[in-house]
Design a protein around this ligand. Structure first.
Ligand code: B16
Ligand code: MG
Length: 220
């Protein structure tokens, strides 16, 4: 029986991916001496800040000492935070506000499972922090997605079993994390990319919580 929905933040609740891209691109251009494409940025979705920098360095065929990596991670984050500080409730992705209302009405708990250390201030900025029963973010976990830790912690904080939770994710790494946690997964995006998801929708507009629960049950 489904008792909780655990939502990823970036790409599901809000679209912060283009802010991450702008900040990483600025770092690559100004400090590393190469460019990164929007296509390459896809491979950074759902991946932690330190792992993202490692992937960018490998992509550019370069290395840095640990102190510089820390400095550059902080620099990128300062640029990123300045961008997300401009967010408003208009930045909530289509269909989400209504979907959260439907979830609450159906008596299903609402959790956040994000590897971002900025998750809480972002939810506050867009005005929906109070909609969440539990928030697991990058400050609470040791391992990023595809490790299942973030979602297992969400279930544990809610006092629920993994099989009672459904994960909503836009990233391949996030779907894998949900699957490894023993949860059903709803992919938000393209079915040919999110091939491991239990169900896939382009977005949550026009998705009814009651119908979704029925569809998931039918697949058991
Ligand atoms: P921060 P999610 C992830 O958020 C992003 O998808 C990923 O691109 C980012 O590197 C990561 O958060 C860490 O974010 O630098 O703010 O701690 O998709 O798990 O909500
Ligand atoms: Mg995401």
């Amino acid at each position: 029986m489904t008792k909780a929905f655990l939502f990823d933040l970036d790409g599901v609740i809000v679209d912060t991916a283009h802010f991450h891209y702008q900040a990483w691109r600025r770092l690559a251009n100004e400090k590393l001496g190469f460019d990164i494409s929007e296509e390459f940025n896809e491979s950074l979705k759902g991946v932690s800040r330190t792992e993202s920098l490692e992937r960018i360095l490998a992509h550019g065929g370069t290395t840095l000492d640990e102190a510089t990596k820390t400095d550059y991670g902080t620099l990128k984050n300062n640029w990123y935070v300045a961008l997300v500080n401009q967010m408003t409730p208009d930045d909530i992705l289509p269909g989400i506000t209504d979907f959260l209302v439907q979830t609450r009405t159906a008596g299903i708990k609402i959790g956040l499972g994000s590897v971002s250390k900025n998750a809480r201030p972002i939810l506050e900025k867009v005005g929906i922090l109070d909609k969440f029963d539990v928030i697991i973010d990058g400050n609470k976990i040791a391992k990023g997605k595809p490790d299942p830790e973030v979602f297992l912690n969400g279930a544990a904080e809610l006092g629920l079993l993994p099989e009672e939770c459904v994960v909503f994710e836009d990233a391949v790494a996030g779907i894998e994390a949900g699957r490894r946690a023993g949860m059903k997964t709803v992919g938000i995006g393209k079915a040919d990319i999110l091939t491991e998801a239990t169900l896939v929708f382009a977005d949550l507009q026009n998705v009814q919580v009651a119908d979704l629960i029925q569809q998931l049950k039918a697949l058991e």
